[in-house]
Design a binder for this molecule. Structure first.
Ligand code: NAI
Ligand code: 13P
Length: 329
């Protein structure tokens, strides 16, 4: 139990919002969750479950779910924004007037806005002007977190004191939050690892072997580092939980929706109806950013071409392997 209990409002009743609500409730906070889907709201309130998004998992006591954003946001000290990245602008825009002026906003989504190329923290800042925006990211499957399995993440804010305070308030016995003031570094790691997980999954789905997978993830990480550096991130952030840590998790487990989507792509299976895979929207905008800035990112370019059906996976592999030889950087 915390010394300080606050009201935490969670926005988004999917897997991640529900898991984070459980963490905050276990930490002794007063937790309200906004979901647009009445079925999930009833399931959480009546059964302490969200079967649609977190099957077979018992949630913590004390989460008050509602389809009414005004009730959820009233008196909230911390707002966890857990809508999908591409829905963030519209979803927040519709409820912005209910966000208390003093609330700390914590972005929990991973992506880059497809239509503008903005980091999602910038999108949140535009949707909720005047609010401090932090980001929570790192290797953390919602099902693991909701089950109370040990997890460590990073909370970033441009003001380190804010990140420290949020880390203190949101950490629990099995949920350890580190803090940093490198907001860009934390966000870019979370956004790009999803794109690289599509590549890793596609390699696995196509049966390219463990050696190819290791090469792809390592060279993908080199691209992530280059992009992060160009956007002003610090190298140690990229090497940390929100960068390398999340890349390792997401590129190695079918528990990841991005990796699974990539596996289906690589195996030539149907993609319609698969769960949210944020990398699908992030890949083309990341590729655009790289092209504009002259950043060498052949794997991200290949994923984008693969998703657009401009290239088959075999053509992508041949093209990647037959580029001019270079020093390893
Ligand atoms: N599931 C996971 O393990 C983790 C997910 N994340 C990130 O969290 C974000 C959300 O992912 P999940 O919760 O897993 O997705 P999800 O697909 O499980 O749930 C998305 C939720 O957002 C709601 N939603 C979508 N558009 C909306 C709108 N316009 N207005 C209101 N609600 C809307 C849906 O109804 C659904 O409840 C993503 O950016 C993801 O990368 C981050 C860490 C872990
Ligand atoms: O971000 C995640 C784990 O850290 C979840 O990954 P997926 O969205 O690929 O399931």
């Amino acid at each position: 139990m915390k010394d300080e209990r606050v009201k935490v409002a969670v926005l988004g009743g999917g897997a991640w919002g529900t898991a984070l609500a459980t963490v905050a409730a276990r930490g002794g906070h007063h937790v309200a969750l906004y979901a647009r889907d009445a079925e999930s709201v009833n399931d959480i309130n009546l059964n302490k479950r969200n079967e649609r998004y977190l099957p077979d998992i018992s949630l913590a006591d004390g989460i008050q779910a509602s389809t009414n954003p005004a009730d959820v946001l009233k008196d909230a000290a911390i707002v966890l924004a857990a809508f999908p990245a591409q829905a963030m602008r519209d979803a927040l825009g519709g409820i912005a007037s209910h966000v208390p002026p003093s609330a700390s906003i914590v972005l929990c989504a991973k992506g880059i806005e497809r239509s503008t190329g903005r980091l999602i923290s910038e999108v949140v800042a535009e949707a909720l002007p005047g609010h401090a925006v932090s980001a929570l990211s790192g290797p953390s499957f919602a099902t693991d977190v909701a089950r109370g399995l040990p997890t460590a993440v990073t909370i970033a804010s441009t003001e380190l004191e804010t990140a420290d305070r949020l880390a203190l308030l949101l950490s629990g016995p099995a949920f350890r939050c580190y803090s940093t003031d490198d907001l860009v570094g934390v966000e870019i790691g979370g956004a790009l690892k999803n794109v690289l997980a599509l590549a890793a999954g596609a390699a696995t789905g196509r049966g390219l072997g463990a050696s190819a997978l290791a090469a792809l993830v390592t060279r993908g990480f080199a691209e992530l580092r280059r992009i992060a550096q160009a956007l002003g991130a610090r190298p140690e952030t990229v090497m940390g939980l929100s960068g390398l840590g999340d890349l390792m998790l997401t590129c190695s487990s079918p528990q990841s929706r991005n990796y699974s989507y990539g596996m289906a792509l690589g195996a030539g299976k149907p993609l319609e109806g698969l769960p949210l895979a944020e990398g699908v929207a992030t890949a083309p905008i990341a590729a655009e950013i790289c092209a504009k800035r002259g950043i060498d990112a052949p794997i991200i370019m290949a994923v984008t071409a693969l998703l657009a059906r401009h290239l088959t996976i075999d053509e992508a592999v041949t093209a990647l392997l037959n580029r001019p030889l270079k020093t390893e950087d």
